[in-house]
Design a protein around this ligand. Structure first.
Ligand code: GDP
Ligand code: MG
Length: 621
């Protein structure tokens, strides 16, 4: 079985699972390891890589790989699909024929590093294919010990530091490729790896070119394979790749695999490692697959935890959306009735100062109280200015308008005129206060509608129209009530005994003030106690007394009108009209959901479903 087949069978289920979670941002912590291949030059790195990936890479003697190559393989869901893309510098070339890969890589290397040089600039090759495993391979330049002509003196160091950069990453599986025909113990690559991956946990040793092993050194090679000489936690494998001639002959893959197998079976020394499953490319593939599965399995508990967290988050988010209308149209009427009842109940609760369900903690009564207090203050101020003003005005009146009357005869009409003038001035502020409160109530109603009918734009729209209409209606009713009230106030009336009591009270207050030596009103100071003055004083007492009665009456009456019309009746009217709405409009239209909310809810639901499925699968894996 090739790597891609093995991969399909063993790793794919995990990959699919992780893939299915990718849209939720789960895959981050479960990155698959990249497989980096390092070794001395011409040790067979590219050959091994090619055997694993199935992608033909430049191979040969001398330094062939002169830039690091990242080969990113991606599984395609389409049948018989192959597409490549090579990226380097700012060049991107699409590849449609796999046979072009080798040439294009050579070109890229030449462009990056010149004909002989090296570079640590990365060539990126992406292969998307029906039978590609989702894996990333990294082919690195081989370590050279002696520079050839035209190469910089420190080329060895350059390459080593480049290799280090790639294999230091914790998520990289390192394949150290060592040919059997050299002194394995002195291999640079193994020494390097030892410094970076101390215990060899991430490193797998690959011995190549067993067919070229020096006679007499076979036992030493076998010792290496048995992990007796340079210990690597993952151990060693031995493979035979194609030699140059076989490549030129284009030996088919299955034939090459068969030949490799026969080679090991027939080899007097390497027969044992073969039997122990430590030889051939297919076994290497198996081993790598196992490594990948292990790697993923290690991160599964973490994945499970992540999924659970996301499930909980999804649930919380779902809870935030209402459940939507029932699927059965038979139940729509009940559903709508409940919705509308909930809303109108909230509106009524709002206007009587009870807790509303849909929007917690709205209390319009504190605002109302302030408004009504302000109204009372308005009245008090008006009374004060009135009191201050009348003494002067009465005096002026006396001077300008008194006719044939003897002093002291200021007629009742004058008394009325003063009061009417003053009381009339209160009408406007009363109405504007009522309107202010009406605006506030509309705002609160709309807020309630929004939170109750958030998901149903048509219903919300109709409700808003209703609220607006009711506002206009109740406002004009209240306005005419207030106007009537002020018209009535022009009649100047109160119960006799109420008036007498107030008059006496005012007089007592005044006497008290005088006996305490409080400064007397101006007219008293400027004039002697003439008859005229006595009359003026008397009139002033009357005016003040009546005005305070009227003012007290209005202090209650105006808020009562507002509370009755703008609050109570508005809510009642809203309830009536909302119920009529159900009769007059198509239930389908009213319950038509906000498109986006519908989609969002469905998304959340399907996400929830997928996460739960993933969790189930995870437990089974
Ligand atoms: P790299 O420089 O490490 O990438 O090595 P290559 O993969 O380019 O291989 C160098 C040469 O060794 C090529 O000509 C390969 O065909 C040849 N080669 C690779 N593996 C084997 C093997 O197992 N046996 C033989 N005889 N030749 C091999
Ligand atoms: Mg190479």
């Amino acid at each position: 079985m090739s790597l891609s087949e093995q991969y399909e069978a063993k790793v794919r289920p995990y990959i699919d699972l992780i893939d299915s979670l990718r849209v939720f941002g789960v895959e981050k912590d479960i990155a698959l390891p990249a497989i980096a291949v390092i070794g001395d030059q011409s040790s067979g790195k590219s050959s091994v890589l090619e055997a694993l990936s199935g992608v033909a890479l430049p191979r040969g003697s001398g330094i062939v790989t002169r830039c690091p190559l990242e080969l990113k393989m991606k599984k395609s869901r389409q049948r018989d699909f192959w597409h490549g893309k090579i990226k380097y510098k700012d060049i991107v070339i699409d590849i449609t024929d796999p046979a072009d890969v080798e040439r294009l890589i050579r070109n890229a290397q030449n462009e990056i590093a010149g004909a002989l040089g090296m570079s640590d600039e990365l060539i990126n090759l992406e292969v998307t294919s029906t039978n590609a495993p989702d894996l990333t391979f990294i082919d690195l330049p081989g370590i050279v010990r002696v520079p050839v002509k035209g190469q910089p003196e420190d080329i060895g160091e350059q390459i080593k530091s480049l290799i280090k950069k790639f294999i230091t990453k914790q998520d990289t599986i390192i394949l150290v490729v060592v040919p059997c025909n050299v002194d394995i113990t002195t291999t640079e690559a193994l020494k390097m790896v030892h410094k970076i991956d101390l215990t060899g946990e991430r490193t797998l040793g690959i011995l190549t070119k067993p067919d070229l092993v020096d006679k007499g050194t076979e036992d030493e090679v076998v010792s290496v394979i048995n992990n007796d000489i340079i210990f690597l936690a993952k151990g060693y494998m031995i493979v035979r790749c194609q030699e140059q001639q076989e490549i030129l002959d284009r030996t088919p893959l299955y034939e090459a695999i068969e030949m490799e197998k026969i080679f090991f079976i027939e080899h007097p020394h390497f027969r044992m490692p073969y039997k122990e499953g430590k030889a051939t490319i297919p076994k290497l593939v198996e081993k790598l697959t196992l490594e990948l599965v292990l790697h993923i399995e290690k991160s599964l508990p973490q994945l499970k935890e992540q999924i659970q967290v996301m499930l909980a988050e999804t649930q919380t988010e779902l809870d935030r959306y209402n459940s939507g209308p029932p699927t059965d149209p038979e139940q729509w009427m009940d559903f709508l009735t409940d919705k509308i009842t909930a809303f109108t109940q909230d509106a009524i609760n709002l206007t009587i100062g009870e807790e509303t369900k849909s929007v917690p903690h709205v209390n319009i009564f504190s605002t109302l109280r302030t408004q009504f207090n302000d109204w009372k203050t308005d009245l008090d101020i008006s009374e004060m200015t009135f009191n201050k003003g009348i003494e002067k005005e009465v005096k002026e009146y006396e001077e300008k308008y008194r006719g044939r009357e003897l002093p002291g005869f200021i007629n009742y009409k004058t008394f009325e005129m003063f009061l009417k003038d003053q009381i009339k001035q209160l009408e406007k502020p009363a109405i504007s206060r009522m309107k202010e409160i009406s605006v506030l109530i509309r705002k609160e109603f709309i807020q309630l509608a929004q939170s109750n009918f958030m998901d149903f734009p048509n219903l919300l729209k109709m409700t808003k129209i209703k609220i607006e209409n009711i506002k206009q209606l109740m406002e004009s009713e209240a306005e005419s009530m207030l106007k009537t009230q002020f018209k009535m106030e022009l009649m100047i009336y109160t119960q006799d005994n109420v008036y007498t009591n107030t008059l006496n009270m005012h007089r007592e207050e005044e006497d008290e003030r005088q006996s305490h030596g409080v400064a007397l009103p101006r007219c008293n100071r400027l004039y002697n106690h003439s008859d005229t003055e006595a009359t003026l004083e008397e009139l002033t007492h009357h005016l003040k007394s009546y005005y305070s009665i009227a003012s007290n009456r209005l202090a209650d009456q105006v808020p009562l009108v507002i509370k009755y019309m703008v609050l109570q009746e508005s809510a009642v009217q809203l309830q009536r009209e909302m119920l009529q709405l159900m009769k007059n409009y198509n239930i389908n239209d009213l319950l038509e959901e906000d498109y986006e909310i519908n989609i969002k809810r469905n998304n959340l639901k399907s996400r929830q479903k997928r996460l739960m499925e993933a969790l189930d699968k995870l437990v089974l894996l």
